[in-house]
Structures are given as structure tokens and as C-alpha cells.
Design a protein around this ligand. Sequence first.
Ligand SMILES: [Fe+2]
Length: 482
Amino acid sequence: MAEAFFDHPFLTGHHTPNRMEVDAPDLIVEGEIPDDLEGIFYRNGAEPAYPPREGDYHWFDGDGMVYAFHIVNGRISLRNRWVRTEKLEMELEHGRRLFGLLGNPMTADPLAQGKPYNTGNTNVILHGGKLLALMEGAPAVEMNPTSLETLGEEHYDGTITTTFSAHPKVDQFSGEMINMGGMLYGPEGQPRLRYDVINRDGKPTKTEFVDMPHSTLMHTHLVSENWVVFPVMPIDLSPARAAKGGPMVAWVNNRPSKLALMPRNGTADQVRWLEMDPRHMYHELNVWEEGDQLIADVATAAGTGLYPDEEGNKLSHAESKLSLRRWTIDLSGKTDDVKEEMLNGRDIQFPRPDDRLMTRKTRHGYSNVNLHSIDGRVDGMDGVIHFDTVTGEEDIYHFGDGAAVGELIFAPRTGSTDEADGYAMTMVHRANSVTSELAIFAAKDIAAGPIATVRIPFRVPPGFHCNYYASDSKLYQQAIGN
Ligand SMILES: [Fe+2]
């Protein structure tokens, strides 16, 4: 008999784990699924199978649960499956939690000692004909793109056996996946990251190791047509500090952010380091080149509420809210200054472009947004926003106080090639409701409200990242076919 969960902000309310896998064919829709919307929407998130052993929890610790909404001929079906990693299979077999919180070996059951901590809970993408469930501390986990059966870790011919990014960039022009693995150490113990290029067929073509100025957590990297930037935030990871009773992961006050700029096809010795004011940035909208400038539209703030500083002080959500800003980097080397402009000051979480244009210039952005809630991470983002970064106009829809709104994803119209020609969709749970929704908008008129609301007949806890693949896209056809 499974033990009940204890009270915790991320284990109650919107976040109460369901612990169930479902097949729901032909869901009820209010409004109409447009004829020219056909494809698959995936969402990953954390749904722990068992309560942690420590009596404490962290949202990033739960077992990956992938939801897939498949839209075919105006009908939409839902399937969800756990990412059945070796960790989860062991725990389901024993009927209890065996691993320490966030993989802490000090609190693990002896059965879990030396076993890999992989939850695959953060993102879920198609690349090279495979569906990959991703977290940043462990290798990618392959799942069947339609049945969602877990097929095991993907090690790319043995080149990636340690960390993987939760945000590899798939450049749909070259078909390449530009990836990195952080939290690694070189032969002399120096912190470093691994940079990977995987070609459109899922074969590794490049591995490079880049030394870091200090150990850090790097959630994303910035990729344009020819360049990659590794952003090192003023965060470090210190077992020595933890041994003295301090935080293992801490924001280091008065430390600059550092950006490592490298040609995509270059080598570690070509890295140029730039410094800027302390910034927390862990999701970007898009990155591209214009002449000798690199433009990066990012969600950033001067600090973070995710980790305490070295003394254990933590910022509130309001003090660390992320806003959309533009960073401009000079590629010619004439200046090392990083210019920053505010594009939109709203409290956003996950900005996204028309993914087909990732690495190239874009104008339209999509995000979930916090309009009225106090702590957008726990209460939930309660709205969605579409930005026009040329005019500065915003196009907003509020789902009502108490709603928890997920990442807003652009979904191209069948046959479209122009930016933002299509729809946008997100998953929503309203406070105290026993059901959830998949809301579908016209991509250039979010304010008009959903054109279709797909009724999910049970509450889906908030999750992390989503992706949509149109049925006429190369990535869909390679993985799922016609
Ligand atoms: Fe993320």
C-alpha cells in the first residue's frame, strides 16, 4: 500500500500528484478544432510516485510524466505515461521511495546506492525520429512517440553518458540538435561543460569540453545560426559549503554573470568570455544574428527566488520576477559590453518563439504570464501573452484568478511557412476544479480567448515544458510518419 503524501506547497492544491496513467480517446471539445490544425502536443512534468524519504520535497524532484495530445482529423486524444526510468521501476517494484531527494546519496536506501538518479521530468522533444524525455542531470530517456512506452536511456554511441540539457536546441534549418551537459569536472577537478552536436538523423558529430569559471547550474544555452553562448549565472554548487551547513546551491551576491561565446562549429579554445551585471536567466525566447550582432530575447531578472544566497536568504517571487529583455552582443570583438533593453516588464515564466524559426530572426513571442497571483510558481501563472517585439504590443488573455497556466506553445497551421501563422495552446487547471483544459487560441489574437477548449476529464497537475509538432513537419514525419 502506497504511503500518503505529506503537506507541501508542491504536493497539494494544483500540484497534488495523480499517480495514474490514462488513455482518453476523442475528448470533448467546446468550440472547434480547426481543420488545419493536425499534430501532436507533448508536455512533461513532475508527478512523484512516492513521498520523498526526507519529509521534504522539491518540485524538480518528481518522476517525469509525459502527456501527449494527438490531433488527427479534427479529433483529439490524450495519453499519459510515466517516464519509466531505472529509478522509477525500482521504486514501483519495492512500493516506496528508495532514492534521496534530488538524488542525494546521503539519504538514499541502500538499494539505491550507486544507481543512477534520472527522472526525465523537465522537457520532452522529438529529434532524430525519437521522443526524448529530458532532465539536466542525466542522459536523455527515449520513449515511443505514440505509445509513450519507455525504451531506455539514449547515449548517442557512448558520447553522452552523463548530463544532458533539458533545453537542447533543434535548429529546424539544419536539423541539428545543439546540446550541452553541465555540472561536469575535468581531470584536475576544474568545472566544465560538454558541448554536443547531434545531426538530423540522431548521430553525434561533435563533442567539445569547455572550462567554466566556477561550478554552476546551467539550465539553457543560447543558439543562433552560427554561434552558441553558454550563460554562467552567479550561482554555484558547493559540497564544501553544504558540509558546513550552508546551501549546496547558492546565489553569490556581487558576482557578475559571464557569457561564453563560441562558434557553433568551433572549439573550446575559440571561446570569448563576456561579463554583465548579475542576472538570472534560465529560458530564452529566441536568438539570432544581425550583421555583427547577436540578439538574444530572454526572460531574466537581477536575482532568483529558486536558490538562497550564501547566507541562506531567499528572494520572494515578487523580488525575482522574470521579464522579457533583449541582450545584444557584439560578435566582431570591438566591445565586450552586453547591451540590455527591457522589451516587456510583465512577470513571465516560459517565453517561446515559433519553433520553426529558432536560431533565426523572429518578431512574435508567446509565454504564460502572472497577472494577479502572489507566487506564480506555487499559485500558478494565471494568463497567457503574445508579444510583438517590433511594435511592443502585447496581446493578453487572463484565465481568471487562481488558474494555473502552463507554457504557451505556438502550433503552425498545416501548410504554413510564415512566422506565427497558426495557433497557440496551453494546459490550464482552475483552482479547486476536478478537471483541466487544453486551450487553443488563434496565434495572433490571444485576447479574443480560446477558439477551442479541450475538456480533460481529470485534474492535471502543473508541469514544466511542452512542444508541438505539426503533422507536416519533418520532425513529426521522421518520428510518427503520416
Ligand atoms: Fe526549463
